[in-house]
Design a binder for this molecule. Structure first.
Ligand code: IMP
Ligand code: MG
Length: 175
C-alpha cells in the first residue's frame, strides 16, 4: 500500500497561526512563567515553534503517552510511556499537543496532571478534529479546526513517517 499527501494547511499559514497563538498566550500569561509540557512525539515541532513566539519566561518538560493500537485508529487505552522529569506542583502548566482527535489521550492526561496540583493547567493544540470527539476535553488554545481526515506533518506521523513535513498534509491511501 502506498499513500499520497495533499497540502491541507500551507507552511506559511501554519507559521502565521503559531505566531498569533504565541502572541495571545504571551498576553494571557503576562508577568508569569509558563511551564510547557510537550506531548511526545507529535507535539515536538509545534512546541518548539510556539515557544519561540512566547515572550514570557518558559520552561519545558516532556511526556510520552500512547493511545494508538495501529496507524490510524485509537485503541482507547492510554499508557504513560515517559513521565515528566520534574514536579509541576504550583506551576502554570500549558500542555502542548499536536492534535485532539477522539479526546481519549488528552482527557486522561489532563486529569492525571490535575491531580499533581499545578497552579494552573491549560491545553494548547495545533489541530482539532471536533467531529471525532468521544471524550470531552477542554481546549484552551486551538490552531486550526480540521475536518475528519488523517493528517501528517509538523510532528504528525503516518506509521512514523512524514513528521518532518513543514506543512499539514492529508493522507490519501491507495492500492
Ligand atoms: P486521541 O486520543 O484520539 O485524541 O488521539 C490523539 C493522538 O492520536 C494524537 O496525539 C496523535 O498522536 C494521534 N492522531 C490522531 N489523529 C491523527 C491524525 O490525523 N494524524 C496523525 N496522528 C493522529
Ligand atoms: Mg500526539
Amino acid at each position: 500500500m502506498s499513500e499520497k499527501i495533499h497540502v491541507m494547511i500551507s507552511e506559511e499559514d501554519v507559521q502565521e497561526r503559531i505566531r498569533q497563538m504565541g502572541g495571545i498566550i504571551s498576553k494571557d500569561y503576562e508577568g508569569r512563567q509558563i511551564h510547557l509540557i510537550c506531548v511526545l512525539k507529535g507535539g515536538v515541532f509545534f512546541t518548539c515553534e510556539l515557544a519561540k513566539r512566547i515572550t514570557v519566561p518558559v520552561s519545558f518538560d516532556f511526556m510520552s503517552v500512547s493511545s494508538y493500537g495501529n496507524e490510524t485508529s485509537s485503541s482507547g487505552v492510554v499508557k504513560i510511556v515517559k513521565d515528566l522529569d520534574e514536579s509541576i506542583e504550583n506551576k502554570d502548566v500549558l500542555v502542548v499537543e499536536d492534535i485532539i482527535d477522539s479526546g481519549r489521550t488528552l482527557s486522561y492526561l489532563m486529569e492525571n496532571l490535575k491531580s499533581r496540583k499545578p497552579k494552573s493547567l491549560r491545553l494548547c493544540t495545533l489541530l482539532d478534529k471536533p467531529e471525532r470527539r468521544v471524550k470531552e476535553v477542554q481546549v484552551d488554545y486551538t490552531g486550526f479546526e480540521i475536518p475528519d481526515e488523517f493528517v501528517v506533518g509538523y510532528g504528525l506521523d503516518y506509521a512514523q513517517k512524514y513528521r518532518n513535513l513543514p506543512y499539514i498534509g492529508a493522507v490519501e491511501l491507495d492500492g
